[in-house]
Design a protein around this ligand. Structure first.
Ligand SMILES: NC(=O)c1ccc[n+]([C@@H]2O[C@H](COP(=O)([O-])OP(=O)(O)OC[C@H]3O[C@@H](n4cnc5c(N)ncnc54)[C@H](O)[C@@H]3O)[C@@H](O)[C@H]2O)c1
Length: 357
């Protein structure tokens, strides 16, 4: 079992990573005071695969468990689902000593985390992420939120979990498309923050695709370490944490224009990273060969780097309305070589010109 610590003074916590560790949940929760009443928030798909293992482990540790299922899909990460969750938390009699366990991907984790942040002004919560994206990104760092009809993640809070338990074994049931989407975020860490990790991904791509457990846990652990380092320096996203948006600015614009159903988030990030590396090459922040290596690695994980057709004016509008735009200028994250980043302030129009669009 690998343990990555996130050091945030009184909000510190550990991330436990291994393969087959779900049955250890109860014993890990007990010392954290999560041992009385627990609401397990999940969705029907993940509950079907892993709900029993989690419930059994919690019950063996003496917890009384109430399961709350939310419907599957981003379209349910909203205030009406949250309201239903509050109803069930009250109905089940959860008090301030009770806790919430989130079992699922980023949708479940974000919503359950926000419920934990706000119910009775905040009760302890535990993340058990079951998608690759959630294991390497959304479950670590304490960003919780629901969507509003006017935009994604508009209603939320910074609220750290007490524990993150990652079982790489859960990835075996994940649809291939979701696994690949998670790999886009994994590659992002290598390109923006760690040249050695990028080389590790190049050297082990086939083993990772084949779900080699040792490789998977190594990959997840390194991503969690990198994310923890960034979050420790910038918990509330005042500056540095923006590096985690590498590939996201242009990716989001395509995601918006192509429709969220057409393209899953990680596929959009792969497009965004391809364009970010081309911009970096044009500005001679990296070589053309570096940009080609980044695209080649994305391909090896089944991610397309073909830029979808989109209207230039609509793209400019989508980039400008992104919340990271300040007075018409974007603090764009570019890669310096491979494994380092730099911030370049540019208008949306300049960014598109730089990547040849
Ligand atoms: N809080 C953050 O810092 C942060 C960061 C990045 C993304 N996010 C959020 O994360 C969400 C996306 O998360 P996601 O990509 O995990 O999507 P998701 O939660 O919708 O999960 C994707 C699909 O996989 C299914 N699934 C989950 N685990 C499974 C398993 N082990 N086996 C089989 N099926 C499984 C889910 O039911 C769902 O159908 C978005 O809402 C995004 O805003 C949050």
């Amino acid at each position: 079992m690998s343990i990555v610590s996130v050091n945030l003074l009184e909000n510190s916590y550990d991330i436990h990573i291994s393969s087959g560790n779900l049955p250890r949940l109860g014993e890990l929760c007990s010392p954290l005071g999560c041992s009385s009443r627990v609401a397990l928030i999940t969705n029907p798909i993940v509950n079907g695969y892993y709900g029993d293992a989690v419930r059994t482990s919690l019950q063996q540790a003496g917890c009384h468990v109430t399961t709350i299922e939310i419907p599957d899909g981003e379209e349910h990460k909203n205030l009406s689902t949250l309201s239903m969750v509050y109803d069930q938390l009250i109905e089940a009699g959860l008090d301030r000593k009770s806790s919430i366990v989130a079992l699922g991907g980023g949708v479940v984790g974000d919503l359950a985390g926000f419920a934990a942040a706000t119910y009775l002004r905040g009760i302890p919560f535990v993340q058990i992420p079951t998608t690759l994206l959630a294991q390497v990104d959304s479950s670590v760092g304490g960003k919780t939120a629901v969507d509003h009809p006017r935009g994604k993640n508009l209603i939320g809070a910074f609220y750290q979990p007490k524990l993150v338990l990652i079982d790489a074994e859960t990835l075996t049931t994940l649809p291939l498309r979701e696994f690949r989407a998670g790999m886009a975020e994994v590659i992002k860490y290598g390109v923006a923050l760690d040249p050695v990790f990028f080389e590790y991904l190049e050297a082990n791509a086939e083993r990772i695709v084949a779900m080699d457990r040792e490789c998977l846990t190594t990959v997840i652990r390194r991503c969690c370490e990198l994310k923890a380092q960034v979050v420790e320096l910038d918990e509330k996203e005042a500056g540095l944490r923006a590096v985690l948006n590498y590939g996201h600015t242009l990716g989001h614009a395509f995601e918006t224009l192509c429709g969220y159903r057409e393209m899953v988030h990680g596929e959009a990030v792969a497009i965004g990273m391809t364009l970010a590396s081309r911009i970096s090459a044009t500005l001679e922040l990296c070589s053309r060969q570096d940009a080609e290596r980044i695209e080649a690695l994305l391909h090896r994980f089944g991610l397309s780097t073909t830029i979808p057709d989109a209207d230039r004016q609509q793209l400019i509008h989508a980039i400008a309305t992104d919340k990271k735009s300040r007075g018409g200028t974007i603090n764009f994250i570019a890669n310096q070589g491979i494994g380092h980043f730099t911030v370049i302030p540019r208008t949306p129009d300049e960014l598109l010109t730089l990547c040849g669009l």
